[in-house]
Write a protein that binds this ligand. Sequence first.
Ligand SMILES: *[C@@H]1O[C@H](CO)[C@@H](O)[C@H](O)[C@H]1NC(C)=O
Ligand SMILES: *[C@@H]1O[C@H](CO)[C@@H](O)[C@H](O)[C@H]1NC(C)=O
Ligand SMILES: *[C@@H]1O[C@H](CO)[C@@H](O)[C@H](O)[C@H]1NC(C)=O
Ligand SMILES: *[C@@H]1O[C@H](CO)[C@@H](O)[C@H](O)[C@H]1NC(C)=O
Ligand SMILES: *[C@@H]1O[C@H](CO)[C@@H](O)[C@H](O)[C@H]1NC(C)=O
Ligand SMILES: *[C@@H]1O[C@H](CO)[C@@H](O)[C@H](O)[C@H]1NC(C)=O
Ligand SMILES: *[C@@H]1O[C@H](CO)[C@@H](O)[C@H](O)[C@H]1NC(C)=O
Ligand SMILES: *[C@@H]1O[C@H](CO)[C@@H](O)[C@H](O)[C@H]1NC(C)=O
Ligand SMILES: *[C@@H]1O[C@H](CO)[C@@H](O)[C@H](O)[C@H]1NC(C)=O
Ligand SMILES: *[C@@H]1O[C@H](CO)[C@@H](O)[C@H](O)[C@H]1NC(C)=O
Ligand SMILES: *[C@@H]1O[C@H](CO)[C@@H](O)[C@H](O)[C@H]1NC(C)=O
Length: 414
Amino acid sequence: MFRHAAFALLFAFGCVIHLSRGAVVNVRDKDGKLCLYANVMLNFSVSYATSGNKTDLAEFELPSQVMSNGSKCDNTTSTLKLNFGAGHSWSMNFTLNGRTYQADSITFSYNLNDSTIFPKSTLTDTLSVSVRPHITDVSTDTSYSCKSKETIQSDSVNQTLWNVLIQAFISNGTQSKNLTSCSADLPTTPTASPTTVAPVTNTTTASTPAPTTPAPTLPTPTTGKFAIKPDENSTACLLANFALRIGVKHGEKYQEINLDPNVTTVSGSCSVNTSELLLVSNAMTIALTFTNDTKKFHLQAVNVTANLSSGLVVSEANGSLSLWEAAVGSSYMCNKEQNVTITSQLNLFTFNLQVQPFAVKKGVFSTAEECFLDSDLSFLVPIAVGVALSFLIVLVLLSYLIGRRKSRTGYQSV
Ligand SMILES: *[C@@H]1O[C@H](CO)[C@@H](O)[C@H](O)[C@H]1NC(C)=O
Ligand SMILES: *[C@@H]1O[C@H](CO)[C@@H](O)[C@H](O)[C@H]1NC(C)=O
Ligand SMILES: *[C@@H]1O[C@H](CO)[C@@H](O)[C@H](O)[C@H]1NC(C)=O
Ligand SMILES: *[C@@H]1O[C@H](CO)[C@@H](O)[C@H](O)[C@H]1NC(C)=O
Ligand SMILES: *[C@@H]1O[C@H](CO)[C@@H](O)[C@H](O)[C@H]1NC(C)=O
Ligand SMILES: *[C@@H]1O[C@H](CO)[C@@H](O)[C@H](O)[C@H]1NC(C)=O
Ligand SMILES: *[C@@H]1O[C@H](CO)[C@@H](O)[C@H](O)[C@H]1NC(C)=O
Ligand SMILES: *[C@@H]1O[C@H](CO)[C@@H](O)[C@H](O)[C@H]1NC(C)=O
Ligand SMILES: *[C@@H]1O[C@H](CO)[C@@H](O)[C@H](O)[C@H]1NC(C)=O
Ligand SMILES: *[C@@H]1O[C@H](CO)[C@@H](O)[C@H](O)[C@H]1NC(C)=O
Ligand SMILES: *[C@@H]1O[C@H](CO)[C@@H](O)[C@H](O)[C@H]1NC(C)=O
Protein backbone atom coordinates (compact mmCIF):
# COMPACT_ATOMS: atom_id res chain seq x y z
CA MET A 1 0.00 0.00 0.00
CA PHE A 2 2.71 2.41 1.04
CA ARG A 3 4.80 1.47 -1.96
CA HIS A 4 1.92 2.17 -4.25
CA ALA A 5 1.44 5.58 -2.74
CA ALA A 6 5.10 6.34 -3.14
CA PHE A 7 5.03 5.35 -6.81
CA ALA A 8 1.91 7.36 -7.46
CA LEU A 9 3.45 10.47 -5.98
CA LEU A 10 6.72 10.02 -7.80
CA PHE A 11 4.75 9.63 -10.96
CA ALA A 12 2.89 12.83 -10.32
CA PHE A 13 5.83 14.90 -9.26
CA GLY A 14 8.52 13.55 -11.50
CA CYS A 15 12.06 14.38 -10.64
CA VAL A 16 13.66 17.77 -10.86
CA ILE A 17 17.23 18.85 -11.22
CA HIS A 18 18.44 22.40 -10.91
CA LEU A 19 21.08 23.68 -13.23
CA SER A 20 22.46 27.16 -13.33
CA ARG A 21 20.94 27.76 -16.76
CA GLY A 22 17.49 26.68 -17.82
CA ALA A 23 14.97 24.52 -16.07
CA VAL A 24 15.52 20.80 -16.46
CA VAL A 25 12.78 18.32 -15.79
CA ASN A 26 12.71 14.54 -15.92
CA VAL A 27 9.25 13.06 -15.75
CA ARG A 28 8.89 9.39 -14.95
CA ASP A 29 6.01 7.08 -15.63
CA LYS A 30 4.19 4.72 -13.27
CA ASP A 31 7.02 2.24 -13.49
CA GLY A 32 9.63 4.86 -12.69
CA LYS A 33 10.96 4.97 -16.25
CA LEU A 34 11.93 8.28 -17.82
CA CYS A 35 9.06 9.26 -20.13
CA LEU A 36 9.52 13.00 -20.72
CA TYR A 37 12.61 15.15 -20.65
CA ALA A 38 12.70 18.92 -20.95
CA ASN A 39 15.31 21.62 -20.70
CA VAL A 40 13.95 25.08 -21.47
CA MET A 41 14.94 28.69 -21.08
CA LEU A 42 12.06 31.06 -20.98
CA ASN A 43 11.52 34.78 -20.42
CA PHE A 44 8.17 36.33 -19.66
CA SER A 45 6.96 39.82 -20.28
CA VAL A 46 3.57 40.53 -18.70
CA SER A 47 1.66 43.78 -18.72
CA TYR A 48 -0.63 44.31 -15.77
CA ALA A 49 -2.75 47.07 -14.25
CA THR A 50 -1.43 49.05 -11.33
CA SER A 51 -3.10 51.62 -9.14
CA GLY A 52 -3.69 54.96 -10.76
CA ASN A 53 -4.89 53.60 -14.10
CA LYS A 54 -1.39 52.61 -15.18
CA THR A 55 -0.09 49.45 -16.72
CA ASP A 56 3.30 48.14 -15.79
CA LEU A 57 5.44 45.59 -17.53
CA ALA A 58 6.85 42.72 -15.49
CA GLU A 59 9.80 40.99 -17.11
CA PHE A 60 11.14 37.86 -15.51
CA GLU A 61 12.85 34.60 -16.29
CA LEU A 62 11.74 31.07 -15.65
CA PRO A 63 13.87 30.18 -12.63
CA SER A 64 15.97 27.05 -12.80
CA GLN A 65 14.23 25.87 -9.66
CA VAL A 66 10.90 24.49 -10.73
CA MET A 67 8.60 21.76 -9.47
CA SER A 68 7.23 19.38 -12.05
CA ASN A 69 4.10 18.30 -10.21
CA GLY A 70 1.25 17.96 -12.65
CA SER A 71 3.54 16.59 -15.34
CA LYS A 72 2.49 13.23 -16.69
CA CYS A 73 2.93 10.81 -19.55
CA ASP A 74 0.49 8.59 -21.33
CA ASN A 75 0.72 6.52 -24.47
CA THR A 76 -0.42 9.28 -26.80
CA THR A 77 -0.57 12.40 -24.63
CA SER A 78 1.80 13.93 -22.18
CA THR A 79 2.00 17.08 -20.12
CA LEU A 80 4.99 19.05 -19.00
CA LYS A 81 4.14 21.32 -16.10
CA LEU A 82 6.59 23.63 -14.43
CA ASN A 83 5.53 25.28 -11.18
CA PHE A 84 7.65 28.11 -9.92
CA GLY A 85 7.77 31.10 -7.63
CA ALA A 86 4.70 32.15 -5.69
CA GLY A 87 1.98 30.24 -7.52
CA HIS A 88 3.05 30.56 -11.13
CA SER A 89 3.03 27.70 -13.59
CA TRP A 90 3.83 26.99 -17.20
CA SER A 91 2.67 23.89 -18.98
CA MET A 92 2.78 22.33 -22.38
CA ASN A 93 0.55 19.55 -23.74
CA PHE A 94 1.80 17.08 -26.32
CA THR A 95 0.08 14.54 -28.49
CA LEU A 96 1.55 11.66 -30.43
CA ASN A 97 0.13 10.90 -33.89
CA GLY A 98 1.81 7.83 -35.28
CA ARG A 99 5.35 8.70 -36.31
CA THR A 100 5.36 12.29 -35.06
CA TYR A 101 4.41 14.27 -32.04
CA GLN A 102 3.53 17.90 -31.48
CA ALA A 103 2.88 20.47 -28.78
CA ASP A 104 -0.77 21.49 -28.80
CA SER A 105 -0.80 24.29 -26.28
CA ILE A 106 1.17 26.28 -23.78
CA THR A 107 -0.67 27.53 -20.72
CA PHE A 108 0.95 30.12 -18.54
CA SER A 109 -0.68 31.01 -15.21
CA TYR A 110 0.60 33.92 -13.21
CA ASN A 111 -0.37 35.01 -9.77
CA LEU A 112 -0.77 38.79 -9.63
CA ASN A 113 -0.71 38.54 -5.85
CA ASP A 114 3.07 37.95 -6.07
CA SER A 115 4.24 41.47 -5.31
CA THR A 116 7.90 40.65 -5.94
CA ILE A 117 7.08 40.20 -9.63
CA PHE A 118 3.94 42.31 -9.93
CA PRO A 119 4.40 45.24 -7.54
CA LYS A 120 1.31 47.42 -6.98
CA SER A 121 -0.95 45.20 -9.08
CA THR A 122 -4.59 46.19 -8.71
CA LEU A 123 -5.71 42.60 -9.30
CA THR A 124 -4.62 39.82 -7.00
CA ASP A 125 -6.00 37.03 -9.13
CA THR A 126 -4.20 34.25 -10.91
CA LEU A 127 -4.65 34.74 -14.63
CA SER A 128 -3.72 32.40 -17.39
CA VAL A 129 -3.08 32.59 -21.08
CA SER A 130 -3.02 29.76 -23.57
CA VAL A 131 -1.08 29.94 -26.78
CA ARG A 132 -0.23 27.55 -29.54
CA PRO A 133 3.46 26.78 -29.82
CA HIS A 134 5.07 26.11 -33.18
CA ILE A 135 6.33 22.67 -32.29
CA THR A 136 4.94 20.19 -34.78
CA ASP A 137 6.04 17.14 -36.73
CA VAL A 138 8.71 16.07 -34.28
CA SER A 139 9.68 12.52 -35.18
CA THR A 140 9.08 9.99 -32.44
CA ASP A 141 12.21 8.89 -30.68
CA THR A 142 13.84 12.24 -31.31
CA SER A 143 14.15 15.30 -29.13
CA TYR A 144 12.85 18.64 -30.32
CA SER A 145 15.67 21.12 -30.26
CA CYS A 146 15.51 24.87 -30.78
CA LYS A 147 18.41 27.05 -29.78
CA SER A 148 17.01 30.09 -31.57
CA LYS A 149 14.79 32.53 -29.76
CA GLU A 150 11.10 32.34 -30.42
CA THR A 151 8.67 34.87 -28.98
CA ILE A 152 5.04 33.87 -28.66
CA GLN A 153 2.78 36.86 -28.18
CA SER A 154 -0.63 36.92 -26.67
CA ASP A 155 -2.86 39.48 -25.08
CA SER A 156 -0.72 41.09 -22.31
CA VAL A 157 1.88 38.29 -22.21
CA ASN A 158 4.94 37.67 -24.35
CA GLN A 159 6.92 34.48 -23.86
CA THR A 160 10.40 34.06 -25.28
CA LEU A 161 11.74 30.54 -25.49
CA TRP A 162 15.27 29.54 -26.40
CA ASN A 163 17.73 26.68 -25.85
CA VAL A 164 14.78 24.32 -25.82
CA LEU A 165 15.37 20.58 -25.74
CA ILE A 166 12.30 18.45 -25.20
CA GLN A 167 11.53 14.81 -25.76
CA ALA A 168 7.87 14.37 -24.99
CA PHE A 169 7.54 10.63 -25.61
CA ILE A 170 10.41 8.45 -24.51
CA SER A 171 9.76 4.83 -25.33
CA ASN A 172 12.53 2.79 -23.73
CA GLY A 173 13.40 4.96 -20.75
CA THR A 174 16.42 6.62 -22.32
CA GLN A 175 16.52 9.98 -23.96
CA SER A 176 17.20 9.92 -27.69
CA LYS A 177 20.37 11.43 -29.08
CA ASN A 178 18.65 12.20 -32.38
CA LEU A 179 17.21 15.64 -32.77
CA THR A 180 14.44 17.29 -34.74
CA SER A 181 15.62 20.87 -35.02
CA CYS A 182 13.35 23.84 -35.46
CA SER A 183 13.61 25.57 -38.82
CA ALA A 184 15.12 28.69 -37.23
CA ASP A 185 18.13 26.57 -36.26
CA LEU A 186 18.64 25.08 -39.69
CA PRO A 187 21.37 26.71 -41.82
CA THR A 188 19.33 28.04 -44.78
CA THR A 189 16.90 26.61 -47.35
CA PRO A 190 13.60 26.84 -45.55
CA THR A 191 12.15 24.43 -48.11
CA ALA A 192 11.42 20.86 -47.08
CA SER A 193 11.74 21.52 -43.38
CA PRO A 194 8.51 20.41 -41.81
CA THR A 195 9.91 21.02 -38.36
CA THR A 196 8.11 24.25 -37.62
CA VAL A 197 4.94 25.63 -39.04
CA ALA A 198 4.22 29.30 -38.88
CA PRO A 199 0.91 30.02 -37.17
CA VAL A 200 -0.96 31.78 -39.92
CA THR A 201 1.13 31.79 -43.07
CA ASN A 202 0.24 29.10 -45.52
CA THR A 203 3.60 27.73 -46.61
CA THR A 204 2.18 25.47 -49.28
CA THR A 205 1.27 28.30 -51.62
CA ALA A 206 3.75 27.96 -54.40
CA SER A 207 1.57 28.98 -57.31
CA THR A 208 -1.14 31.07 -55.65
CA PRO A 209 -0.02 34.30 -54.01
CA ALA A 210 -0.22 34.42 -50.22
CA PRO A 211 -3.56 35.75 -48.97
CA THR A 212 -3.31 39.43 -48.22
CA THR A 213 -2.61 40.06 -44.57
CA PRO A 214 -5.52 41.51 -42.63
CA ALA A 215 -5.59 45.21 -41.84
CA PRO A 216 -2.83 46.39 -39.49
CA THR A 217 -3.70 45.71 -35.89
CA LEU A 218 -5.51 48.54 -34.18
CA PRO A 219 -4.60 49.87 -30.76
CA THR A 220 -6.72 48.50 -27.94
CA PRO A 221 -9.96 50.50 -27.97
CA THR A 222 -10.69 53.01 -25.21
CA THR A 223 -12.94 51.84 -22.41
CA GLY A 224 -16.24 53.67 -22.31
CA LYS A 225 -18.62 53.99 -19.38
CA PHE A 226 -22.22 53.94 -20.46
CA ALA A 227 -25.31 54.34 -18.29
CA ILE A 228 -29.03 54.50 -18.97
CA LYS A 229 -31.34 56.33 -16.61
CA PRO A 230 -35.10 55.78 -16.68
CA ASP A 231 -35.53 59.54 -16.28
CA GLU A 232 -33.20 62.41 -15.62
CA ASN A 233 -33.75 62.49 -11.85
CA SER A 234 -33.21 58.77 -11.20
CA THR A 235 -30.08 56.72 -10.79
CA ALA A 236 -29.00 54.42 -13.57
CA CYS A 237 -30.98 51.28 -14.42
CA LEU A 238 -28.39 49.92 -16.85
CA LEU A 239 -24.63 50.18 -16.53
CA ALA A 240 -22.07 49.08 -19.09
CA ASN A 241 -18.32 49.63 -19.12
CA PHE A 242 -16.33 48.22 -21.98
CA ALA A 243 -13.92 48.82 -24.77
CA LEU A 244 -15.24 47.47 -28.02
CA ARG A 245 -13.98 46.58 -31.46
CA ILE A 246 -15.88 45.03 -34.30
CA GLY A 247 -14.46 42.86 -37.05
CA VAL A 248 -16.49 42.94 -40.26
CA LYS A 249 -16.04 40.65 -43.22
CA HIS A 250 -17.23 41.97 -46.51
CA GLY A 251 -16.58 39.81 -49.50
CA GLU A 252 -12.83 39.17 -49.53
CA LYS A 253 -12.13 42.07 -47.21
CA TYR A 254 -11.95 42.10 -43.45
CA GLN A 255 -11.91 45.29 -41.46
CA GLU A 256 -11.70 46.01 -37.75
CA ILE A 257 -13.11 49.20 -36.24
CA ASN A 258 -12.75 50.46 -32.69
CA LEU A 259 -15.65 52.12 -30.95
CA ASP A 260 -14.54 55.58 -29.84
CA PRO A 261 -16.51 56.27 -26.64
CA ASN A 262 -15.49 59.90 -26.88
CA VAL A 263 -17.73 60.49 -29.88
CA THR A 264 -20.48 58.04 -28.95
CA THR A 265 -23.98 59.02 -28.00
CA VAL A 266 -25.73 56.71 -25.58
CA SER A 267 -29.40 55.91 -25.37
CA GLY A 268 -31.52 52.95 -24.42
CA SER A 269 -34.23 51.66 -22.17
CA CYS A 270 -34.78 49.41 -19.19
CA SER A 271 -37.82 47.30 -18.44
CA VAL A 272 -38.66 44.21 -16.47
CA ASN A 273 -37.92 41.67 -19.18
CA THR A 274 -35.62 43.44 -21.63
CA SER A 275 -33.13 46.29 -21.54
CA GLU A 276 -31.46 47.93 -24.48
CA LEU A 277 -28.27 49.90 -24.95
CA LEU A 278 -27.88 51.87 -28.16
CA LEU A 279 -24.50 53.39 -29.01
CA VAL A 280 -24.09 55.64 -32.02
CA SER A 281 -20.67 56.84 -33.17
CA ASN A 282 -19.35 58.08 -36.49
CA ALA A 283 -18.13 54.66 -37.48
CA MET A 284 -20.90 52.43 -36.18
CA THR A 285 -24.28 52.05 -34.59
CA ILE A 286 -24.57 49.20 -32.16
CA ALA A 287 -27.66 47.98 -30.34
CA LEU A 288 -27.31 45.49 -27.48
CA THR A 289 -30.49 43.87 -26.19
CA PHE A 290 -30.45 42.07 -22.85
CA THR A 291 -33.08 39.64 -21.64
CA ASN A 292 -34.11 38.88 -18.06
CA ASP A 293 -35.14 35.24 -17.85
CA THR A 294 -36.24 35.35 -14.20
CA LYS A 295 -33.04 34.36 -12.40
CA LYS A 296 -30.45 35.16 -15.02
CA PHE A 297 -29.86 37.70 -17.70
CA HIS A 298 -27.96 37.47 -20.95
CA LEU A 299 -27.17 39.40 -24.08
CA GLN A 300 -29.91 38.28 -26.44
CA ALA A 301 -29.47 40.42 -29.54
CA VAL A 302 -26.76 42.44 -31.24
CA ASN A 303 -27.39 44.67 -34.21
CA VAL A 304 -24.44 46.50 -35.71
CA THR A 305 -24.39 48.91 -38.61
CA ALA A 306 -20.85 49.77 -39.63
CA ASN A 307 -19.53 52.41 -42.00
CA LEU A 308 -16.58 50.71 -43.66
CA SER A 309 -13.59 52.68 -44.87
CA SER A 310 -14.61 51.88 -48.43
CA GLY A 311 -17.78 53.91 -47.89
CA LEU A 312 -19.96 50.82 -47.76
CA VAL A 313 -22.50 50.52 -44.96
CA VAL A 314 -22.93 47.00 -43.62
CA SER A 315 -25.62 45.85 -41.21
CA GLU A 316 -25.40 42.59 -39.29
CA ALA A 317 -27.74 41.34 -36.59
CA ASN A 318 -28.33 38.23 -34.51
CA GLY A 319 -31.31 37.98 -32.18
CA SER A 320 -30.74 34.57 -30.67
CA LEU A 321 -27.54 34.97 -28.72
CA SER A 322 -26.83 33.79 -25.23
CA LEU A 323 -23.77 35.73 -24.17
CA TRP A 324 -22.63 37.55 -21.03
CA GLU A 325 -24.87 35.53 -18.75
CA ALA A 326 -25.07 36.25 -15.01
CA ALA A 327 -27.61 36.22 -12.21
CA VAL A 328 -30.14 39.05 -12.12
CA GLY A 329 -28.94 41.28 -9.29
CA SER A 330 -25.29 40.88 -10.18
CA SER A 331 -23.14 42.13 -13.02
CA TYR A 332 -21.21 40.26 -15.69
CA MET A 333 -17.51 40.95 -15.96
CA CYS A 334 -14.81 39.97 -18.42
CA ASN A 335 -11.55 41.87 -18.31
CA LYS A 336 -9.73 39.75 -20.85
CA GLU A 337 -10.16 40.25 -24.54
CA GLN A 338 -13.28 38.35 -25.55
CA ASN A 339 -13.94 37.46 -29.16
CA VAL A 340 -17.53 36.50 -29.90
CA THR A 341 -18.98 35.61 -33.26
CA ILE A 342 -22.27 37.41 -33.90
CA THR A 343 -22.76 36.38 -37.51
CA SER A 344 -20.48 34.83 -40.09
CA GLN A 345 -19.68 38.40 -41.17
CA LEU A 346 -19.36 40.03 -37.76
CA ASN A 347 -17.19 39.47 -34.68
CA LEU A 348 -17.31 41.52 -31.53
CA PHE A 349 -14.20 42.01 -29.41
CA THR A 350 -14.59 43.38 -25.90
CA PHE A 351 -12.03 44.36 -23.29
CA ASN A 352 -12.53 45.40 -19.63
CA LEU A 353 -16.17 44.47 -19.88
CA GLN A 354 -18.64 44.91 -17.04
CA VAL A 355 -22.39 45.10 -17.64
CA GLN A 356 -25.47 45.12 -15.50
CA PRO A 357 -28.67 45.53 -17.50
CA PHE A 358 -31.12 44.78 -14.65
CA ALA A 359 -31.60 45.46 -10.94
CA VAL A 360 -28.98 48.21 -10.62
CA LYS A 361 -29.05 49.60 -7.09
CA LYS A 362 -27.94 53.15 -6.25
CA GLY A 363 -26.38 53.59 -9.67
CA VAL A 364 -23.42 51.28 -9.04
CA PHE A 365 -22.49 47.79 -10.17
CA SER A 366 -23.44 44.86 -7.96
CA THR A 367 -21.17 41.87 -7.35
CA ALA A 368 -19.57 40.70 -10.56
CA GLU A 369 -19.71 37.24 -12.02
CA GLU A 370 -16.52 36.86 -13.99
CA CYS A 371 -16.22 35.18 -17.32
CA PHE A 372 -14.38 31.91 -17.81
CA LEU A 373 -11.34 33.68 -19.24
CA ASP A 374 -10.92 35.75 -16.09
CA SER A 375 -11.90 33.43 -13.33
CA ASP A 376 -9.05 31.03 -12.91
CA LEU A 377 -8.65 31.90 -9.27
CA SER A 378 -11.80 30.20 -8.08
CA PHE A 379 -10.67 26.75 -8.98
CA LEU A 380 -7.01 27.39 -8.23
CA VAL A 381 -7.65 28.06 -4.55
CA PRO A 382 -8.59 24.49 -3.63
CA ILE A 383 -5.86 23.23 -5.92
CA ALA A 384 -3.31 25.47 -4.22
CA VAL A 385 -4.36 24.15 -0.82
CA GLY A 386 -4.17 20.59 -2.14
CA VAL A 387 -0.78 21.19 -3.68
CA ALA A 388 0.55 22.68 -0.46
CA LEU A 389 -0.64 19.67 1.49
CA SER A 390 0.66 17.14 -1.00
CA PHE A 391 3.94 19.00 -1.14
CA LEU A 392 4.35 18.41 2.58
CA ILE A 393 3.56 14.74 2.15
CA VAL A 394 6.01 14.53 -0.72
CA LEU A 395 8.76 16.21 1.26
CA VAL A 396 8.37 13.55 3.91
CA LEU A 397 8.25 10.78 1.32
CA LEU A 398 11.18 12.15 -0.63
CA SER A 399 13.38 12.38 2.41
CA TYR A 400 12.42 8.82 3.20
CA LEU A 401 13.21 7.69 -0.35
CA ILE A 402 16.45 9.66 -0.53
CA GLY A 403 17.45 8.12 2.74
CA ARG A 404 16.75 4.71 1.27
CA ARG A 405 18.59 5.49 -1.96
CA LYS A 406 21.64 6.75 -0.16
CA SER A 407 21.82 3.53 1.76
CA ARG A 408 22.01 1.61 -1.53
CA THR A 409 25.07 1.85 -3.71
CA GLY A 410 25.09 1.69 -7.49
CA TYR A 411 21.73 3.36 -7.91
CA GLN A 412 22.04 6.14 -10.39
CA SER A 413 19.77 9.08 -9.95
CA VAL A 414 19.23 11.24 -13.01
C1 LIG B 1 15.79 37.17 -20.37
O1 LIG B 1 15.59 38.05 -19.28
C2 LIG B 1 16.77 38.43 -18.63
C3 LIG B 1 16.41 39.26 -17.43
O2 LIG B 1 15.15 39.83 -17.54
C4 LIG B 1 17.67 39.19 -19.58
O3 LIG B 1 18.87 39.51 -18.95
C5 LIG B 1 17.95 38.31 -20.77
O4 LIG B 1 18.70 39.03 -21.73
C6 LIG B 1 16.67 37.82 -21.40
N1 LIG B 1 17.02 36.90 -22.45
C7 LIG B 1 16.43 36.89 -23.64
C8 LIG B 1 16.90 35.87 -24.59
O5 LIG B 1 15.55 37.68 -23.94
C1 LIG C 1 -8.76 56.48 -15.00
O1 LIG C 1 -8.99 56.78 -16.37
C2 LIG C 1 -10.31 57.29 -16.63
C3 LIG C 1 -10.46 57.50 -18.14
O2 LIG C 1 -9.35 57.10 -18.83
C4 LIG C 1 -10.52 58.59 -15.87
O3 LIG C 1 -11.84 59.05 -16.08
C5 LIG C 1 -10.30 58.35 -14.37
O4 LIG C 1 -10.40 59.56 -13.67
C6 LIG C 1 -8.94 57.73 -14.14
N1 LIG C 1 -8.81 57.39 -12.72
C7 LIG C 1 -7.69 57.63 -12.02
C8 LIG C 1 -7.71 57.20 -10.60
O5 LIG C 1 -6.73 58.20 -12.52
C1 LIG D 1 19.28 8.03 -34.82
O1 LIG D 1 20.46 8.25 -35.56
C2 LIG D 1 21.19 7.05 -35.84
C3 LIG D 1 22.48 7.45 -36.55
O2 LIG D 1 22.23 8.47 -37.49
C4 LIG D 1 20.34 6.12 -36.69
O3 LIG D 1 21.02 4.92 -36.92
C5 LIG D 1 19.07 5.82 -35.93
O4 LIG D 1 18.19 5.03 -36.71
C6 LIG D 1 18.35 7.11 -35.58
N1 LIG D 1 17.21 6.82 -34.77
C7 LIG D 1 16.04 7.37 -35.00
C8 LIG D 1 14.96 7.00 -34.07
O5 LIG D 1 15.84 8.16 -35.92
C1 LIG E 1 4.98 41.88 -26.90
O1 LIG E 1 5.79 42.14 -28.04
C2 LIG E 1 5.25 43.12 -28.92
C3 LIG E 1 6.16 43.22 -30.12
O2 LIG E 1 7.49 43.35 -29.74
C4 LIG E 1 5.14 44.44 -28.17
O3 LIG E 1 4.57 45.41 -29.01
C5 LIG E 1 4.27 44.25 -26.94
O4 LIG E 1 4.24 45.44 -26.19
C6 LIG E 1 4.81 43.13 -26.08
N1 LIG E 1 3.89 42.89 -25.00
C7 LIG E 1 4.31 42.65 -23.78
C8 LIG E 1 3.28 42.36 -22.76
O5 LIG E 1 5.49 42.65 -23.49
C1 LIG F 1 -3.00 26.36 -48.03
O1 LIG F 1 -3.57 26.93 -49.19
C2 LIG F 1 -4.10 25.97 -50.07
C3 LIG F 1 -4.54 26.68 -51.34
O2 LIG F 1 -5.04 27.94 -51.05
C4 LIG F 1 -5.27 25.27 -49.37
O3 LIG F 1 -5.82 24.28 -50.20
C5 LIG F 1 -4.76 24.63 -48.10
O4 LIG F 1 -5.85 24.07 -47.36
C6 LIG F 1 -4.08 25.65 -47.23
N1 LIG F 1 -3.49 24.99 -46.08
C7 LIG F 1 -3.57 25.49 -44.85
C8 LIG F 1 -2.87 24.71 -43.79
O5 LIG F 1 -4.17 26.54 -44.60
C1 LIG G 1 -36.25 66.53 -12.08
O1 LIG G 1 -36.02 67.39 -10.99
C2 LIG G 1 -36.17 68.75 -11.35
C3 LIG G 1 -35.80 69.60 -10.14
O2 LIG G 1 -35.72 68.84 -8.99
C4 LIG G 1 -37.62 69.00 -11.78
O3 LIG G 1 -37.75 70.35 -12.16
C5 LIG G 1 -37.92 68.13 -12.96
O4 LIG G 1 -39.28 68.23 -13.32
C6 LIG G 1 -37.64 66.66 -12.62
N1 LIG G 1 -37.78 65.86 -13.84
C7 LIG G 1 -38.45 64.71 -13.84
C8 LIG G 1 -38.53 64.03 -15.17
O5 LIG G 1 -39.00 64.26 -12.86
C1 LIG H 1 -11.95 63.11 -26.37
O1 LIG H 1 -12.29 64.29 -27.05
C2 LIG H 1 -11.74 65.46 -26.51
C3 LIG H 1 -12.25 66.64 -27.28
O2 LIG H 1 -13.02 66.26 -28.37
C4 LIG H 1 -10.22 65.37 -26.56
O3 LIG H 1 -9.66 66.50 -25.96
C5 LIG H 1 -9.76 64.11 -25.82
O4 LIG H 1 -8.36 63.97 -25.94
C6 LIG H 1 -10.44 62.91 -26.39
N1 LIG H 1 -10.06 61.75 -25.60
C7 LIG H 1 -9.72 60.61 -26.16
C8 LIG H 1 -9.39 59.52 -25.21
O5 LIG H 1 -9.70 60.46 -27.37
C1 LIG I 1 -36.85 39.61 -14.03
O1 LIG I 1 -37.94 38.85 -14.48
C2 LIG I 1 -38.73 38.31 -13.44
C3 LIG I 1 -39.82 37.48 -14.09
O2 LIG I 1 -40.29 38.10 -15.23
C4 LIG I 1 -39.29 39.43 -12.56
O3 LIG I 1 -40.00 38.86 -11.49
C5 LIG I 1 -38.14 40.26 -12.00
O4 LIG I 1 -38.65 41.36 -11.27
C6 LIG I 1 -37.30 40.76 -13.14
N1 LIG I 1 -36.15 41.44 -12.58
C7 LIG I 1 -35.90 42.71 -12.83
C8 LIG I 1 -34.69 43.25 -12.13
O5 LIG I 1 -36.56 43.38 -13.60
C1 LIG J 1 -42.12 39.39 -18.45
O1 LIG J 1 -42.06 37.96 -18.65
C2 LIG J 1 -42.95 37.25 -17.82
C3 LIG J 1 -42.68 35.78 -18.01
O2 LIG J 1 -42.08 35.52 -19.24
C4 LIG J 1 -44.38 37.63 -18.18
O3 LIG J 1 -45.26 36.94 -17.34
C5 LIG J 1 -44.54 39.13 -17.95
O4 LIG J 1 -45.83 39.54 -18.36
C6 LIG J 1 -43.51 39.91 -18.74
N1 LIG J 1 -43.59 41.32 -18.37
C7 LIG J 1 -43.61 42.31 -19.25
C8 LIG J 1 -43.69 43.69 -18.70
O5 LIG J 1 -43.56 42.12 -20.46
C1 LIG K 1 -30.64 46.57 -37.25
O1 LIG K 1 -30.59 47.98 -37.25
C2 LIG K 1 -30.91 48.54 -38.50
C3 LIG K 1 -30.71 50.05 -38.43
O2 LIG K 1 -30.81 50.53 -37.12
C4 LIG K 1 -32.36 48.20 -38.86
O3 LIG K 1 -32.67 48.72 -40.12
C5 LIG K 1 -32.48 46.68 -38.89
O4 LIG K 1 -33.82 46.33 -39.11
C6 LIG K 1 -32.03 46.08 -37.59
N1 LIG K 1 -32.03 44.64 -37.72
C7 LIG K 1 -32.59 43.84 -36.83
C8 LIG K 1 -32.56 42.38 -37.14
O5 LIG K 1 -33.13 44.27 -35.82
C1 LIG L 1 -12.30 35.57 -33.48
O1 LIG L 1 -12.97 34.31 -33.49
C2 LIG L 1 -13.21 33.81 -34.81
C3 LIG L 1 -14.03 32.56 -34.68
O2 LIG L 1 -13.60 31.77 -33.62
C4 LIG L 1 -11.86 33.56 -35.51
O3 LIG L 1 -12.09 33.10 -36.80
C5 LIG L 1 -11.10 34.87 -35.57
O4 LIG L 1 -9.83 34.65 -36.12
C6 LIG L 1 -10.94 35.45 -34.18
N1 LIG L 1 -10.34 36.77 -34.32
C7 LIG L 1 -9.29 37.17 -33.61
C8 LIG L 1 -8.74 38.51 -33.92
O5 LIG L 1 -8.80 36.46 -32.73
